[in-house]
Every structure is written in C-alpha cells, then in structure tokens.
Design a protein around this ligand. Sequence first.
Ligand SMILES: Nc1nc2c(ncn2[C@@H]2O[C@H](COP(=O)(O)OP(=O)(O)OP(=O)(O)O)[C@@H](O)[C@H]2O)c(=O)[nH]1
Ligand SMILES: [Mg+2]
Length: 226
Amino acid sequence: MAVSLRRWTAWLCSRLPRAYGLAGFVLCCVLPCRCLEPSPKQSQQDLGSRKVLLLGFDGAGKSAFLWLAEHPTATQLPAERLLATQGAARLTRKVQITAGLLELDLCEVGGSETLRKYWQHYVTKDVRCIAFFVDCTTEDRLEEAIDAVAALPVRKLLLVGTCQASRAGAGAGAEAPQAPAPRLARLADVQQRLKRRGLEVPGCALLRFTRDGVDQLLQELATVAA
Ligand SMILES: Nc1nc2c(ncn2[C@@H]2O[C@H](COP(=O)(O)OP(=O)(O)OP(=O)(O)O)[C@@H](O)[C@H]2O)c(=O)[nH]1
Ligand SMILES: [Mg+2]
C-alpha cells in the first residue's frame, strides 16, 4: 500500500513542470515517509536480566568499575579510596544493545585471600559471563591470580585489564601516565597464559576508569551475556 502510494505520488510529481516536480516529491512523499516510518534505532525490546560475575584479586578495580557504573553522571572515581569488598557486592544496570534493553545483574566477590575460597560458590549455572579483573601494571601476584581463576569450574571468561599506576599522582580516575602499549602487551600475555590453562578467553579489554571506559565495558559485558 505504502509503496504504491509512493509510486503514485512520484508519477503525479513527475508531471509537474521543472523543479516543482522535485519539490512536490520531497514535500508530499520523502518528508511524510521519514516522519511516519519507524527510525532504524536500536530495539527497545526487554531482553530480561543476565548475571555477570566480577572476579579478580583485591585492588584490581572491580568496585571502582561498579562505583562508576552506579553513578552514571560521575566522570571519574572519588578521590578517597573505596573500601575493600567484604563478601560480595551487587548492582543492576540496564544496558542498551542492538537487540534491545538488557539488565545486567553484576556481582562482585571480594578478592582478598580469605574471600577467594568462596569464589567457586558464586560460579553458578545462571552466570552468563565472568569478567576477570587483573592489574596490568605489575607482574605481582599475576600468576597467583591466574591459578585462582583456573581452579574454578569455569571454561570461558572476559579478561579486563586495569591500571593501578594512576592511583599515585593526579588523583583517582586520572589517566595513567604510563603508555598503554606495555599494559596491552601484559594483557595479551595474561590471555595466552589463561588459554594455556584450557580457558577460553574470547575477549579482553583495557579498562580506563572514565565514563567512556566504564560505559564501553558495560556494553561489552551486555553483548557477551545477551
Ligand atoms: N584499579 C584502579 N584503581 C584505582 C584507579 N584510580 C583509583 N583507584 C582506586 O583504587 C581502588 C581500587 O580498588 P577496588 O576497586 O576497591 O578493588 P577491588 O577489585 O574491588 O578489590 P576488593 O574489593 O578488595 O576485591 C579504589 O579505591 C579506586 O578508587 C585506577 O586507575 N585503577
Ligand atoms: Mg571491591
């Protein structure tokens, strides 16, 4: 119906002299069609909720990520240090992806030595995605962290590289003074080491503690968990 109406308008306008034809076609067909047709925006379909588990050693930046996810108007982390997570922390966030609106049920489990033994109890069947946070600025405890996650009944995870170097100096949330290349190289190395342990690591990302950095990771988690 709409197509034949458009054809008919085009035919009618083609009979108008000179530029009137073109102007008529734009006014009577192109503009109304643009207004009436649904815009090719992302779907608003409710995709439900997906559980995402955030694991990693203490100080890796899990709570820092959750804090920025919880405060969508904040552009950087608060100046004071966040408290170490005692037990687990949860946050739900709706994320728009191409397929629709997905609710992420984010659960962080503290990474201190005493809490790591409880990680396994959080790896349940309904967890759709596990994000493993590692500090990419130092080799310190990296092998130990890899051992801890490799011991879990987990076969697939998303690797998130954070940077603690920015804590010193300009204040929380400031960009690390260090170039990203060495951090990327370390992240790629951790990815290889996890793969050698039989883990699938389909994605890895360097997380910047900025609005964009955190929104980007939320998008990535939603895409993997969807
Ligand atoms: N990783 C990281 N932390 C930063 C940065 N800038 C500031 N911080 C501060 O460093 C701390 C990071 O630690 P958390 O996010 O609490 O670490 P966590 O992984 O939740 O640690 P646990 O809860 O003990 O398992 C926070 O207090 C941040 O505010 C940064 O660029 N990277
Ligand atoms: Mg924490």
